[in-house]
Design a protein around this ligand. Structure first.
Ligand code: BG6
Length: 320
């Protein structure tokens, strides 16, 4: 996506226009890492390290997204769509909820996060409130605040705060639907989910227990690992790069790769693109989160991309 002609400087970030006149926010670290967040969906659509390498996958079939903007809006395939107020497809709500298909605003008055969450980071705060139409299909008044931050080292963090501003309790499920960019899916493994139970979306969410060592890929995978540790690692053998995924308030991890057959059924995804991506989502799916009136929930994701030789230094500390 190219940067547009318009830009507005604010502390820590810059608001620019995308090719379609939509607002997007660019955050840069002093060492040259960057994050691009679209106000369409509050979706992170790019995360680059200080060498300018893209770390998130986005589909090259961008034209399908462009067409969709002028019809029912649809989230771009890639980056980190926010799945809220549901993950998956049940009831009358659209698949993965409506948050990824709404226009968010920049929130200049976001209440502060605790000190550690701000430490040396450039960030932007976004806000989503339900429209009249949203309230018709999901009749719960909420405020969803999303802080996207980039640390000095180029780590990306997302902090979601959902507040019930309703008179009644409500429940939701949630996922940071994170499309990691990988060199070749058959060279990738996930560590940290072995021996956990998972719900298999390919078998009507039947429950199984993971048997193997690390998780590797040789066919379609669509699973919700439940009650996972707060730090997991995604190792890209060919790139010699490891993604460290840290999470808080999000007990589950969704792992998804559509593989070859399903890829061919997805209009906004190339037939071979499944080889270059892996979705590893910090999520709350098995048990819905319930908020009483006035209560707030926080869910954090922190992503680091490190050289595989150094990754053991990063595996033993939680979200900052
Ligand atoms: C995954 C789901 O997380 O998202 C899959 O588990 C789904 O079942 C995939 O196909 C993509 O969903 P969407 O709505 O973005 O095409």
């Amino acid at each position: 996506m190219s940067m547009g002609h318009y830009s507005e400087q604010r502390p820590g970030f810059e608001v620019t226009k995308d090719w379609n006149g939509g607002d997007q926010v660019v955050i840069r670290s002093p060492r040259g890492a960057s994050v691009l967040v679209s106000l369409h969906g509050g979706q992170v659509v790019s995360w680059r390290n200080e060498r300018g390498e893209e770390l998130l996958f986005t589909s090259s079939k961008l034209w399908v997204y462009i067409q969709a903007i002028f019809k029912p809006p649809k989230a771009m395939r890639g980056g980190i769509p926010i799945c809220f107020p549901q993950f998956g497809n049940c009831g009358t709500l659209e698949q993965h909820g409506f948050a990824r298909n709404r226009i968010w605003t920049v929130d200049d008055e976001a209440p502060p996060l605790n000190h550690n969450d701000n430490n040396g980071k450039a960030s932007v705060d976004l806000l989503l409130k339900p429209s009249e139409d949203d309230l018709k299909c999901w009749p719960h008044c909420f405020e969803f605040r999303l802080r996207v931050s980039l640390s000095m080292d180029g780590d990306l963090s997302l902090v979601s705060r959902v507040r019930n501003v309703n008179g009644k309790p409500f429940s939701f499920s949630f996922a940071y639907h994170t499309y990691l960019s990988v060199s070749d899916i058959s060279e990738v493994r996930i560590e940290g989910l072995e021996t956990l139970d998972y719900l298999d979306n390919l078998s009507q969410r039947e429950r199984f227990t993971e048997q193997g060592d690390a998780i590797t890929f040789e066919s379609e995978v669509d699973r919700v690992y439940v009650g996972s540790p707060s730090v997991i690692a995604v190792l890209d053998h060919e790139k010699k790069r490891t993604f460290i995924v840290r999470k808080e308030g999000l007990p589950d991890v969704v792992v998804w790769n559509p593989w070859d057959k399903k890829s061919k059924t997805m209009a906004d995804f190339g037939d071979e693109e499944y080889k270059q991506m892996l979705c590893v989502d910090a999520a709350a799916v098995e048990r819905a989160i319930t908020l009483k009136p006035g209560e707030e929930w926080t869910g954090k994701l922190e992503l680091s991309a490190v050289a595989s030789t150094n990754c053991s230094d990063h595996l033993d500390y939680p979200c900052s």
